[in-house]
Design a protein around this ligand. Structure first.
Ligand SMILES: *Cc1c(COP(=O)(O)O)cnc(C)c1O
Length: 379
């Protein structure tokens, strides 16, 4: 129950144990086509260029930046947590100019600040932001940000690593241009795959580049020779065959459950966890309207050694929760309720285990209420 990797669904592990076949085997190519159409479903998009990059979420991020950003371009990066900072670093390494629009960690991105930056920098080419900040548990209004960026004729790069499968991601409704996600958060697949989706406008921008893409491996002009439509698939790199079996299965599972049902399940378990934590006297740092159901940043009670509590949870209950990052280090725990791990059993285990170890260390909490309050939410 940390910030990822989440528990992998056993069906996914079984799929990954199938025999390895060739990356150009017709059956494998057929499965790749299914991965692409299942991804279009998950992202809610008709984007033709919707594929799985053969590496973790960070490689999906880099694929978006390295293909769209050219030296000298101006890119607005909205930063309200750790992952926005990594976006800015990607832009710098492309010899492009970053305009940083900062918000407090634990809050959503403020639209007015972004609009001010767009007005002050009319030559901006791209606006980039994180939809679901895993470092803080805050979700931003992706639709409003994408529409604002488009009003100023900018492309958007959107990080949906933690949102995909957990909360609504709707690329075509948002009008998002380049989007990346990851396999190991709410999709509950093993780490190592990063889906990306590029709009028609984004594809045009890649084609119109004046300079070559500064990465051979992530250059979509080359990658699409392998992932693109048609019979003439050519070797680019050896696809991680078994990882893709698992990823395919994870998408099939999401399809069986349905997007709406998956989002509702994440929300209900979040509400139960929150009821229990609040009954204990703990609180979530993100304001209610900006909260992610799949990542709960919780205050640490006065005088508690937060690392010792996490260690005890792991040793005594085989339960992992996350530490705070960056400016929230030492100030919060991050409790994940992602994908397959978002269930009532985990909520009850987490609350009772946390109460036990906090009581043992004489933390100032209310005892004996949390599980009952959480259970009430399930009605
Ligand atoms: C986990 C995460 C990433 C990076 O994904 P990796 O698979 O660890 O490379 C990027 N952005 C966000 C918001 C994340 O939560």
């Amino acid at each position: 129950m940390g910030p990822g990797p989440s528990d992998v669904n056993p069906r996914v592990l079984n799929a990954m144990a199938r025999p390895t076949i060739g990356h150009l085997d017709p059956e494998f190519v057929r499965m790749m086509d299914e991965v692409k159409s299942l991804l279009r479903f998950a992202f809610q998009t008709k984007n033709e260029l919707t594929i799985a990059v053969s590496a973790p979420g960070s490689a999906g991020m880099e694929t978006c930046f390295v293909n769209l950003v050219e030296p000298g371009d101006k890119v607005i990066v909205c930063q309200n947590g750790l992952f926005g900072g990594r976006m800015a670093e990607n832009v710098r390494r492309m010899d492009a100019e970053v305009v940083l629009v900062e918000d407090e960690w634990g809050r959503a991105i403020e639209l007015q600040k972004l609009e001010d930056a767009l007005k002050n920098h009319p030559d901006t080419k791209i606006v980039s932001f994180v939809h679901a900040e895993t470092s803080t548990g805050a979700q931003s209004d992706a639709e409003a940000i994408c529409k604002l960026a488009r009003k100023y004729d900018c492309l958007t790069i959107v990080d949906c690593v933690t949102s995909l499968g957990g909360t609504e991601v709707s690329l075509d409704v948002w009008g998002a241009d380049a989007v990346y996600s990851g396999s190991q958060k709410c999709l509950s697949c093993a780490p190592g795959i990063s889906p990306v989706s590029f709009s028609g406008r984004a594809v045009e921008a890649v084609k119109a580049r004046q300079t070559p893409v500064r990465s051979w491996f992530m250059d979509l002009n080359l990658v699409m020779g392998y992932w693109g439509e048609g019979q003439t698939r050519a070797y680019h790199h050896t696809a991680p065959v078994n990882a893709l079996y698992g990823f395919h299965e994870a998408l099939v599972i999401l399809n069986e459950e349905g997007l709406q049902a998956a989002w509702e399940r994440h929300m209900q378990n979040h509400l139960a966890l929150r009821a229990g934590l609040e009954a204990m006297g703990l609180s979530l740092i993100v304001p209610e309207k900006e909260r992610l159901p799949q990542l709960n940043a919780v205050t640490i009670p006065e005088g508690v050694d937060e690392a010792a509590i996490r260690r005890k949870l792991l040793q005594s209950f085989n339960l992992e929760i996350g530490a705070g990052l960056g400016s929230l280090a030492g100030k919060v725990w991050r409790i994940g309720l992602m994908g397959y791990a978002s269930n009532a059993k985990n909520v009850i285990l987490c609350l009772s285990a946390l109460e036990a170890v906090l009581s043992e260390s004489h933390a100032p909490i209310n005892k004996g209420l949390a599980v009952a309050e959480a259970y009430r939410v399930y009605g």
